[in-house]
Design a protein around this ligand. Structure first.
Ligand code: MN
Length: 343
């Protein structure tokens, strides 16, 4: 870590940049700096392209001001928070590269040679980077810098730091004694119960989302492939939430979708332990192969992916998703078995 304190930001106009698809840790890092640097620097939080639902809820509940796709003009410095790859700036990449002010980086992701702090290209000079790969969240790195700067950290900032730790540690699944010790210190200072902190970024589902999830459960078909349970269901809206619900209540992997006037949408969600154990990638192994059967395109992550395409009925598409999981399992285990449906 070459950035020891935040004093280089004092008396400057500072753009605090989250990554595109801003999450709770990235926004929490920006907001913790924004609230704690009040009176020391003029800060603006900039979010490239999109903000996710958790971060949006946090922004609303704590009245965190942010600007979507901000302009870089009028700023003396820009701080990248919770990312180290240029691509994470989305459409702001060009503006960032052209920005003449000082560039800072505060992050916890591992470095590779394309990162902002690396030498190829030297976009943010190393003397301005606060990177701790051991930190579970970027807010944890921010907290360390705030303490080293001897700044008074207001309650809202403390709570933002806690939210980043909770979300990026998957509610402490990825945590060591250091995480708990920092969390304990923050909670003692913030004087806010854990339940309340968590409620700041848990967007309450509206009634139509709840109904979609309940309907998905009611209409759900369940298949067994080896030891894996696959659930499929047709829902008219909120497919991703519905699939996540089916995983929460017991499916290893779930596909939910809808056909409307010849167009189809499917969302797949999987239990992260199951993904790790089986080495499956829903984006590649299911939605990447689905176009051989139904025209369309898919993408996403190993445990959360989606597909848009054309078909008149959703049923056969959902069954094909289940079959592709079964084929993947069969190819991987080498055991030929039938996929069974539970009546
Ligand atoms: Mn993070």
């Amino acid at each position: 870590m070459s950035l020891r304190t935040l004093s280089k930001l004092y008396n400057k106009r500072v753009l605090l940049l989250t990554h595109s698809g801003c999450d709770v840790d990235s926004l929490g890092s920006a907001a913790a700096l924004h609230f704690s640097l009040h009176g020391k620097a003029l800060t603006t939080i900039g979010v490239p392209e999109r903000i996710n639902t958790g971060a949006k809820a946090l922004a609303e509940k704590l009245s965190i001001p942010y600007t979507l796709n901000p302009s870089f003009s009028g700023f003396d410095a820009a701080v990248c928070l919770d990312f180290n790859e240029l691509e994470m700036l989305g459409g702001l990449k060009g503006d960032f590269l052209a920005f003449k002010g000082e560039k800072f980086l505060i992050d916890h992701h591992s470095k590779n040679k394309n990162t902002l702090s690396g030498n190829t290209p030297p976009i943010a000079s190393l003397k301005n980077s606060g990177v701790s790969e051991k930190a579970v969240s970027a807010t944890e790195v921010v907290y360390g810098l705030l303490k080293a700067s001897k700044l008074r950290v207001p309650q809202k900032a403390l709570v933002c730091i806690a939210c980043g730790i909770i979300t990026d540690s998957s509610s402490f699944l990825v945590a060591d004694h250091e995480t708990f010790s920092i969390m304990s210190e923050i909670m003692r200072k913030a004087k806010m119960p854990y339940r309340e902190i968590v409620s700041l970024f848990r967007a309450e589902l509206d009634i139509s989302q709840k109904i979609a999830a309940l309907k998905a459960a009611r209409r759900c078909r369940v298949f067994k492939s080896g030891e894996s349970l696959i659930a499929v269901s047709d829902v008219g809206a909120f497919e991703a939430d519905a699939a996540a619900t089916l995983v929460r209540i017991g499916a290893d992997v779930a596909f939910c979708g809808d056909a409307d006037a010849g167009k189809i949408r499917v969302s797949g969600r999987a239990n992260s332990n199951w993904v790790a154990k089986h080495g499956i990638d829903l984006a590649k192994d299911v939605f990447g192969r689905l176009p051989s059967f139904f025209p369309g395109t898919g993408g996403g992550h190993p445990g959360a992916a989606g597909f848009n395409g054309t078909a008149n009925e959703i049923g056969p598409v959902l069954l094909k998703c289940a079959e592709l999981v079964h084929q993947f399992n069969t190819a991987r285990s080498g055991v030929l078995s039938q996929m069974k449906e539970y009546p």
